[in-house]
Design a protein around this ligand. Structure first.
Ligand SMILES: Cc1ncc(C[n+]2csc(CCOP(=O)(O)OP(=O)(O)O)c2C)c(N)n1
Ligand SMILES: CC(=O)[C@@H](O)[C@H](O)COP(=O)(O)O
Ligand SMILES: [Mg+2]
Length: 631
């Protein structure tokens, strides 16, 4: 990107405030160019960030950061915010290992008021910060910026409800682009789009005022009427029921209107709902035309918007294998229904939606509702498949436990993005599902070693009379052929792939391939390592595992999950309960910390959740427990 006229001198919002308002559209152009150019290389959330360029400039222009706080809901739209707060020179490191996060993070900058990534937290966080400021007798301002999609989560209403009662000085900016990742869903979305344009309404108001000013009593009557009229024809009435003063809708790309209106409301001192309408992907035609694709995009050619092909992408993604399998099974079994929480594309359900529209449910960003909704469907004799990212299922833990598993209802959780996901980082790694699900009674937990086993697991799950969870990684599968027909797996039975004299590697999910690779490399060093695909994390195949560990005293467990409470913990518990002694167990998995963002390969190598990590563990085990001590 060439030398900029304005952006080059902006190192903080104070520098921005020095610019005359009339040059801000030019600045917006420069910011857009930087975002498009950078994201075309690094990948990222292009459309959300392009849609909030003017809104961000206006907020930075009117408020006094970092004393005033802006909380960005999800934080995927915060690229302009980062660029204007002294990170423009590092913006090219976006989402790279050691570089800028793709979301707002408190640890990255004092200008990032709250760490985000999971949606709909900004109002609650804003209310907490505003209340804290009040207690500290600090009169600086708090602004929560939340999208219309994120407004479909119950948490947002918990925040509105409490804030309206607290009457704290909080401005909630609703960034309404009528899009979630896909077109937004739900009654609220229809309600929000039932808005009178601000201009039309203001024209009517001026006209009425002129006619009635000569008759004060009638004017007072119509003044009352105006409030109820406005409440009826604009979404105001919903928010005013929460005791928020509704302002809007304001064109979110008109810097003059935004700045003027924000100046007017900034000192209201009470809860404000500032409704702006924006275009997702604004300023980049391919993104405006296809905001769903450009919501979260890999590297692409700026000139055409075409994605840069990944060289040698031979295997299908686990997501697509799941998407094809659920359609295949649903054709034969009309009890199968599918639920997604605003992520039909990401979870691979678009074909299911097209073929079975009456059996497909997009509940919006409402994971808790989605799980209990599925439980309701199961109570009526259906077999719901809840397709959901591992990290987002965290939000519905109680619903899984209390509403599904307690009564042993036949709901299948198809958990995509299990394990490290890469560039999205700590808020998105599916690092904990084996740990937080394993403690729930009645739940069967599976992890496939490849795409063929994923299909067999889904087949087993939809024919299992109880709750199941299948977790599989983001991205490409292994590249094995799919069997002609799916098979029912023996629930709770592991699969012995290789025997071993010197040690046994017990692996789950994508770590099975890593274990097979490690076994080959260890064999070159004269070490005989067995490999067992422990594909059921619960119920664990105690018989096979106990039998294997009795034969060799060196055991490695391998999982792409937190070690705390994960698969390795389950094996330790099993060995102890089986009364097996004289066994040395080393566990390969994620440490007790949040794993940063970065390319998956870099992270897996750093944290040893790959074949090299298994080999290193094996070598240490042999060193501590030398071969001569066999038997
Ligand atoms: C709890 C949770 N569920 C799902 C997601 C995935 N997700 C990220 S952004 C998004 C859509 C957000 O829509 P909106 O708030 O309208 O923002 P926009 O992208 O339109 O700017 C979704 C579903 C998430 N981040 N958090
Ligand atoms: C911001 C958000 O939460 C989603 O857009 C998420 O980043 C999608 O992740 P995938 O790219 O793995 O589908
Ligand atoms: Mg939106």
């Amino acid at each position: 990107m060439g030398e900029t006229k304005y952006l080059k001198d902006i190192k903080s919002p104070d520098d921005l405030k020095k610019l005359p308002m009339e040059v801000l559209p030019e600045l917006a152009k420069e910011v857009r160019e930087l975002i498009i150019e950078t994201v075309s290389r690094t990948g990222g959330h292009l459309a959300p960030s392009l849609g909030t360029v003017e809104l961000t400039i206006a907020l930075h222009y009117v408020f006094n950061l970092p004393k005033d706080k802006i909380i960005w809901d999800v934080g995927h739209q915060s690229y302009t915010h980062k660029i204007l707060t002294g990170r423009a020179d590092r913006f090219h490191t976006l989402r790279t290992h050691g570089g800028l996060s793709g979301f707002a993070r408190m640890s990255e900058s004092p200008y990032d008021a709250f760490t985000v990534g999971h949606s709909s937290t900004s109002i609650s966080a804003g209310a907490g910060i505003a209340t804290g400021k009040c207690l500290n007798k600090d009169c600086s301002k708090v602004i929560s910026v939340i999208g219309d999609g994120s407004m479909t989560a119950g948490l947002a209403y918990e925040g509105l409800n409490h804030t309206g009662d607290l009457k704290k000085d909080l401005i909630v900016v609703l960034n309404d682009n009528e899009m979630s990742i896909s077109p937004n869903v739900g009654a609220l979305s229809n309600f929000l789009s039932r808005k009178l344009t601000a201009k039309t309404f203001m024209d009517w108001r001026t006209e009425f005022k002129g006619i009635l000013s000569s008759t004060p009593n009638i004017y007072k009557f119509f003044k009352k009427m105006e409030e109820s009229f406005k409440a009826f024809v604009t979404p105001g009435m919903l928010f005013e029921a929460f005791e928020f003063q509704y302002i809007g809708p304001i064109n979110g790309h008109r810097l003059d209107h935004l700045i003027k209106t924000l100046e007017n409301v900034k000192n209201a001192g009470t809860p404000i709902l500032f409704h702006t309408t924006t275009v997702k992907g604004k300023g980049y035609e391919p993104a405006e035309k296809n905001p769903t694709y450009f919501h979260g995009v890999g590297s692409f050619e700026v000139a055409t918007g075409n994605c840069c092909k990944i060289s040698g992408a031979k295997a299908p993604s686990y997501t697509n294998v799941f998407g094809d399998a659920i359609v295949e099974f649903a054709r034969e079994n009309d009890r199968i229904v599918a639920v997604t929480a605003a992520m039909p594309e990401g979870t691979g359900l678009t074909n299911f939606h097209d073929e079975f529209p009456t059996r497909f449910f997009d509940v919006g960003i409402a994971e808790q509702h989605g799980v209990t909704f599925a439980a309701g469907l199961a109570a009526e004799g259906f077999h719901p498949v809840v397709a959901i990212y591992s990290t987002f299922l965290q939000r519905a833990f109680d619903q899984v436990l209390h509403d599904v598993c307690l009564e042993n209802l036949p709901v299948c959780f198809a958990m995509d993005r299990g394990g490290l996901v890469g560039e999205d980082g700590p808020t998105h790694h599916g690092a904990f599902d084996l740990s937080f699900l394993r403690c729930i009674p009645n739940l069967t937990i599976m992890a496939p070693k490849d795409e063929d086993e994923l299909r067999n697991m889904l087949y087993t799950a939809v024919n299992h009379n109880g709750p199941t969870a299948i977790r599989y990684p983001r991205g490409q599968a292994v590249g094995v052929p799919l069997s002609e027909k799916p098979s029912l797996l023996p629930v709770g039975k592991a699969e012995v792939l290789h025997e071993g004299e010197d040690m046994i590697i017990l692996a789950v999910g994508r770590m099975v391939c890593e274990a097979l690779d490690a076994r080959e490399k260890l064999a070159e060093k004269g070490v005989s390592a067995g490999v067992i695909n422990c594909r059921f994390i619960k119920p664990l195949d105690m018989e096979t595992i106990a039998g294997a560990v009795k034969k060799t005293p060196r055991v490695i467990t391998a999982e792409d999950n937190a070690l705390m409470g994960g698969f390795g913990s389950a094996v330790l518990e099993a060995i102890q309960e089986a009364g097996v002694t004289g066994v040395r167990v080393s566990r390969v998995g994620l440490p007790d910390q949040f794993v940063e963002h970065g390319a998956p390969g870099i992270l897996r190598a750093k944290y040893g959740v790959d074949s090299q990590g298994i080999i290193k563990t094996a070598e240490k085990l042999l060193n501590d427990f030398p071969l001569k001590s066999n038997g």
